[in-house]
Design a protein around this ligand. Structure first.
Ligand SMILES: NC(=O)c1ccc[n+]([C@@H]2O[C@H](COP(=O)([O-])OP(=O)(O)OC[C@H]3O[C@@H](n4cnc5c(N)ncnc54)[C@H](O)[C@@H]3O)[C@@H](O)[C@H]2O)c1
Length: 359
């Protein structure tokens, strides 16, 4: 088992990573001294696969367990279903020292964290991420939230879990396209922070795609270490944390432009990372050879490296300038300087951006 600590003073927590560790969660949670009632939040897909093992482990450790299921899908990540979770917690009589468990991917994790931050002004929660994206990204760092018709993740809180319990064997039941979305985020960590990690992605693609346990465990723990380091320096995204958005500004614009239905988030991020790399090359910040390497790795993992042929560039540009991370209307781009290092660039001129996106 690997352990990564997110250092946030008295709100610090551990991310425990291993294969086949789901059955150990009860014993691990028992050490915290939570009140005895626990509610597991999940969806029917994931609960059907892993619900029994989690419920049994919690019961064996002396917890009285209940479960609340939310239908499977991003479209249910909303205020209505969060309210449903909160109502169940009241019905189950959870007190302020109780803990709730998020069993699932990023959708369940974001909603559970959101509900935990609101219930009785905040109760404990534990993340049990079961998608690669959730294991390397969404379960770490304390961003919680739900979608609103006006935009994705527009309603939310910063609220840290007490523990992240990551069982990499759950990835064996995950659809390949979901796995690839997680790979896009791991590629991101390589580009923004760790050239060594990037080299491994280049050299060991086949073993990674076969889910070789030692490699997957390394990729998940190294990604968590990087995110933990960034978040512990800038929890609320007032500076450094913005680098985690590499590929996301253009990626979000692609998702919005295509009405969220055509591309998965990871695919849009992959296109965004390649476009940002080309922008960096056009601005003379990074050498062409490195932009080529980023594009090659993205394609090697079966992710798209070009913007969709039929995309409307003017609409894309208008979404980029409206990005929720833009401050006072000023666009910010996270641009690679080399593999393993990025800068936060303001004041990118529109004609260069447009020319790059049109390539
Ligand atoms: N909080 C953050 O910092 C952060 C960061 C990135 C993304 N997110 C959010 O995460 C969400 C996306 O998360 P996701 O990609 O994990 O999607 P998801 O939670 O919708 O999971 C994808 C699909 O995989 C299924 N699934 C999950 N685990 C499985 C398993 N082990 N075996 C078989 N099927 C399994 C789910 O039921 C679902 O159908 C988005 O809402 C996004 O906004 C949050």
């Amino acid at each position: 088992m690997e352990k990564v600590t997110v250092g946030l003073g008295e709100r610090s927590y551990d991310i425990v990573i291993g294969g086949g560790i789901l059955s150990g969660i009860g014993e691990s949670m028992a050490r915290f001294g939570f009140s005895p009632t626990v509610t597991v939040i999940s969806n029917p897909t994931v609960f059907g696969l892993y619900g029994n093992i989690i419920m049994r482990s919690l019961a064996d450790a002396g917890f009285r367990c209940t479960s609340t299921l939310v239908p499977d899908g991003e479209e249910y990540k909303d205020y209505f279903w969060s309210y449903h979770i909160l109502s169940d917690l009241l019905k189950n009589r959870l007190d302020r020292n109780c803990c709730i468990v998020a069993l699932g991917g990023g959708v369940i994790g974001d909603m559970t964290g959101f509900a935990a931050s609101l219930y009785m002004r905040g109760i404990h929660f534990v993340q049990v991420p079961t998608t690669l994206l959730a294991q390397v990204d969404s379960s770490v760092g304390g961003k919680t939230g739900v979608n609103h018709p006006a935009g994705k993740n527009m309603i939310g809180t910063f609220y840290q879990p007490r523990l992240v319990w990551t069982d990499i064997s759950t990835l064996r039941t995950l659809a390949k396209k979901e796995l690839l979305c997680g790979m896009a985020e791991i590629i991101k960590y390589g580009v923004i922070w760790d050239a060594g990690l990037f080299n491994i992605l280049e050299e060991k693609r086949e073993m990674i795609m076969d889910l070789e346990p030692g490699l997957i465990s390394y990729l998940v723990s190294r990604s968590c270490e990087i995110k933990a380091e960034v978040v512990s320096k800038d929890e609320r995204e007032s500076g450094l944390r913005a680098i985690l958005n590499f590929g996301h500004t253009i990626g979000h614009a692609v998702e919005t432009e295509s009405g969220y239905s055509k591309y998965m988030h990871g695919e849009a991020v992959a296109m965004g990372m390649c476009a940002a790399a080309r922008l960096s090359e056009a601005l003379g910040i990074m050498e062409k050879a490195n932009a080529d390497r980023i594009e090659s790795v993205v394609s090697a993992y079966g992710l798209p490296h070009e913007l969709p042929k039929n995309v409307n560039i003017d609409r894309l540009l208008s979404f980029i300038s409206m990005d929720k991370k833009a401050v006072a209307g000023e666009m910010k781009f996270i641009l690679p300087r080399s593999i393993g290092s990025v800068i936060i660039q303001k004041g990118v001129d529109m004609p260069t951006l447009k020319r790059t996106l049109e390539l």
